[in-house]
Ligand binder design. Structure first.
Ligand code: URP
Ligand code: ZN
Ligand code: ZN
Length: 468
């Protein structure tokens, strides 16, 4: 089966050009100057003139069905990967979990079982280590060598749940330095945060906004700095700071990168568009919709502006969603009267490609940087390149035909995520995902779904392309 995507403007990390993209089966076989293609025949031709043709989005940070705070994230691998496809994301990297006391490989097997036959798009895993001990360190080697799991997330937050102390972090980093894996860090000082949370509750400060107030930027910056220092001691172990939200934390990453260190970071759309005052501080319990960690930051400070700048300068390499949705009903509501019981997370897997395109429209990023931060760099960072993340011969035919003249209005009535509200209700995007192609198959066309559950394949990943 062959497919010709004709006359579109192909956007890659290094430039844009009008070109025809020829697909055979699941692979791109040629990217041609249109003057060469009149002689080429294909089973199906899609006219992409006036539109951008970009590599399928790669969301390197999602949590489908994640157990958290006495409930589970409301998107299953079925509903969440279908919603991702609607939004132009054709690969997710989700997190398998080892809880304290569990065998790492058992955690991985549980996530393999959850995903089997469920996903609409291709998927891979990072591994969350909730209990770093000698067995877990050995398991890291085995996962890298045999399972295609080459990145491990540790938590400096959530004491008693996923938290690792500095000694555990150092040992995991030393292991990663030796086997080539990436350490991903949730960088917030959880021990200090728990004191602030307790003090706030004792003062009767129970509304959702106190979730943000008790997780100050200084404690994100402190943990980021500590993680960078520990990685330095571990012979410059590769370190990737997840969901970075504060200017002060970004400054620590920039300083390390300027010194030539193996330090990388991502941010998420919620930190670029939403704020402590306008969303988390919404009246009554409404702010619970935006409880996530790291938290939304103050609009009276320069966080969002600095994050866009960080994306331009590559101090922030990637935009992921940290998609971890919970419904208001029965889930977020668990925290009425006590913000610390609100499950942490925001859903957005469907909107990342659009929201970052809006950053192009608004003059924050170039077209090339849009593609780089949502597709090419995630592929390179997490060992999927050049199979994924680029429109070139030999790569998987994961393509999005994006219409810069279309519009998208985000809202709960139209989204496909399993959430009873939208974190971005009413936001207008000056652009629209048109056609989504996953390994040569059209799965979304003009808002209609043609994919199916179970077609997504598990991807074994290699080491990061950015390793030094
Ligand atoms: O609030 C968040 N981020 N929930 C998901 C878990 C995590 O820390 O990434
Ligand atoms: Zn986290
Ligand atoms: Zn996360």
């Amino acid at each position: 089966m062959s497919l010709l995507v004709k006359g579109g403007t192909v956007v890659g990390p290094t430039g844009t050009r009008v070109a025809d993209v020829l697909v055979e089966g699941e692979k791109i076989v040629a990217v041609l100057d249109p003057s060469f293609t009149p002689t080429i025949t294909a089973n199906e031709v899609i006219d992409a003139s006036g539109k951008y043709v970009i590599p399928g989005g790669i969301d390197a940070h999602t949590h489908m069905e994640m157990p958290f705070g006495g409930t589970s994230a409301s998107d299953t691998f079925d509903t969440g990967t279908r919603a991702a496809a609607y939004g132009g994301t054709t690969t997710i990297i989700d997190f398998a979990i080892q809880r304290t006391g569990e065998v790492v490989q058992d955690g991985l097997a549980a996530w393999r079982a959850k995903t089997e036959g469920e996903c609409h798009i291709d998927y891979a895993f990072h591994m969350i280590l909730g209990g770093v001990d000698t067995d877990a360190l050995k398991a890291m080697d085995q996962l890298v060598a045999d399972e295609g799991i080459t990145s491990f997330k540790l938590f400096m937050a959530y004491p008693g749940v996923f938290y690792s102390d500095d000694g555990q972090i150092l040992r995991a980093m030393q292991t990663a330095r030796a086997n080539g894996a990436m350490i991903m860090m949730h960088a917030e000082n959880g021990i200090a945060i728990d004191v602030l949370v307790q003090q706030a509750l004792e003062r009767g400060e129970t509304d959702p906004i106190y979730h943000g107030i008790t997780r100050p930027a200084a404690l994100e910056a402190e943990a980021t700095n500590r993680a960078i220092a520990l990685a330095e001691v571990a012979q410059d172990c590769p370190l990737y700071i997840v969901h970075l939200s504060a200017s002060q934390a970004l400054a620590k990453v920039a300083e390390a990168r300027d010194a030539g260190r193996n330090v990388f970071a991502e941010t998420c759309p919620q930190y670029l568009y939403l704020t402590l005052e306008d969303q988390l501080g919404a009246p009554g319990f409404e702010g619970a919709k935006w409880v996530c960690s790291t938290p939304l930051r103050s609009k009276h400070e320069s966080h969002a502006r600095d994050l866009w700048k960080g994306l331009r300068s590559n101090d922030l390499a990637i935009v992921s969603t940290d998609h971890c949705p919970f419904c208001m009903k029965d889930q977020k509501e668990m925290g009425i009267g006590d913000f610390s019981k609100i499950p942490n997370g925001i859903g957005g897997v469907e909107h990342r490609v659009d929201l970052i395109f809006q950053g192009v429209v608004d003059g924050h990023l170039s077209l090339e940087r849009w593609v780089e931060t949502i597709a090419t760099t995630p592929a390179r960072m997490f060992g999927l390149y050049p199979q994924k993340g680029i429109v070139q011969p030999g790569s998987d035919a994961d393509l999005v035909i994006y219409d810069p003249n279309g519009t998208t209005r985000i809202g709960v009535e139209t989204h496909h995520m399993n959430m009873d509200y939208s974190a971005y209700e009413g936001v207008e995007i000056q652009g629209r995902v048109g056609t989504v192609i996953s390994r040569g198959e059209v799965i979304v066309a003009d808002g209609n779904y043609h994919g199916r559950k179970g077609r997504g394949k598990f991807l074994k990943r290699g080491l990061s392309s950015y390793l030094m």
